[in-house]
Write a protein that binds this ligand. Structure first.
Ligand code: ZN
Length: 131
């Protein structure tokens, strides 16, 4: 099963998509299998991180800004090379195990759509395959 989702993003943020992914896994009816979450954009990505303290996302955004600042040497004419670098570092997909009808996520883990060049209307896919 393939599920497609659309979301409107702010300038730069990690948006929790955990409930959508859990919902897709439940709706699929797959008891044991694999779930892949994929982002088809070049300045956004998918990651997994803490879902309890919102300061973690704030700190991650600061860390990515520190690691991939905008530089005058960048040549890309669109002017968003920092966002491209952040998206490559985060990656465009994440895979999860479905066991006994549930996504195997850690207690403190959430799934995030990472926007680095918003605001935009974005898409992500969830593909679910059973054993
Ligand atoms: Zn660009």
């Amino acid at each position: 099963m393939l599920y497609k989702y659309t979301l409107k993003t702010p300038n730069e943020d990690f948006i929790s998509i955990t409930s959508q992914v859990k919902g897709a896994a439940a709706e699929s009816g797959v008891v044991n299998g694999i779930c892949t979450v994929y982002c088809p954009h070049t300045t956004a990505g998918i990651t997994v991180n803490e879902n309890a303290d919102p300061d973690v996302v704030t700190d991650l955004l600061l860390a990515y800004d520190k690691a991939f600042p905008s530089r005058p040497e960048f040549r890309h004419c669109e002017g968003n090379s920092s966002a491209h670098a952040k998206a490559s570092a985060v990656g465009s997909s994440a895979s999860f195990i479905i066991e006994n009808g549930k996504l195997l996520l850690g207690t403190w883990q959430g799934i995030y759509f990472c926007e680095f060049d918003g605001p935009r209307t974005r898409t992500f896919y969830v593909k679910i395959m059973g054993e």
